[in-house]
Write a protein that binds this ligand. Sequence first.
Ligand SMILES: [Ca+2]
Ligand SMILES: [Ca+2]
Length: 362
Amino acid sequence: MRKAEPVTAGMTGPHAVTAPASRAPGMCTRALWVLTACAAAACASPGSGSRGQDPGASPDPAALPRPSASPDPAAVPRPSTSPDPAAVPGPGSRVFRDCPHCPEMAVIPAGRFVMGSPTWNAGPFDGDGPPRFVTIAYDFAIGVYEVTFDEWQACTDGGGCGGRVPPDHGWGRGRRPVTEVSWDDAHVYARWLSAETGETYRLPTEAEWEYAARAGTRTPRYWGDSEAEQCRHANGWDREYGGTPRGRQLREQFGLTTASCSDGQGEGTAPVGSYEPNAFGLYDVIGNLAEWTEDCWNANYADAPDDGGAWSPSGCERRVLRGGTWGYTTEMLRVDYRLPFQPGRRDNGLGFRVARVIRPPG
Ligand SMILES: [Ca+2]
Ligand SMILES: [Ca+2]
């Protein structure tokens, strides 16, 4: 079992990607995947100004990940019990809101699933495996949408969130997802929401996030593998964005796969709920903003807990983001793609959705 320590390909932003050191000989430390902010001659961290810039060498295309090879069925454990489609709440079912300005939440039923990529040992990433069974023996709730600017504003208006007003980069506020929020910021918001409602809000664990994202599917994306379907389900790097000079340059230089469809949203975020949800009724799980999870970054799933709990040893330096951003190409818009980020980092590709504990009856 490989345990290659991943290296971060340059700036550890949501637009950066990790690749296994064992497969990245001579890999530069440049922002290889700063897809949204790379100009032809220079890269800057998206929305970060002076933060996190790295004057490293030019990107090495050979170090860039490529689409995974075909899954090896023999390498993928099969769950003994599949999620019962009838038990999967569709959009609008088992959805609640604890207060008028609270996020809308969907109840996710307990279940068992296979976490990780079936191609983890065939493709360029080895952080998304090995595939393993995870049993989540409890119902929990998770945000139907990424937390929005409106919801964040309710926190600041209520005296929480340090009164901080994150920038929107001119994309708009309201129902757009709040960005430029760190893992620490997300925790502050969840604590305020808990105090406001008397319930326990927190970040989802990485396992909970993937379970909720998959919604009973086993494909790399909850809409299947059709590239043409991406734009109906996710705000990512689409035809128009890929057709810009910057997009063309990066696509040609790195061989990235730009969706041939149009999602109607160029640079930046889309209002939450603009695209079709998954079978749990969750929107924008893939794309729009990468979402913080509770877990500490671990190189892969070897020795990871299998009960849905967070894997967060002390001394954690980086937390896990899932789902990819509005600036990601098809290769990284997957339910199993993951990357690490420092918990204090803010970026215009970063956001979150909250989870909530479901208290047992009585
Ligand atoms: Ca887009
Ligand atoms: Ca998202």
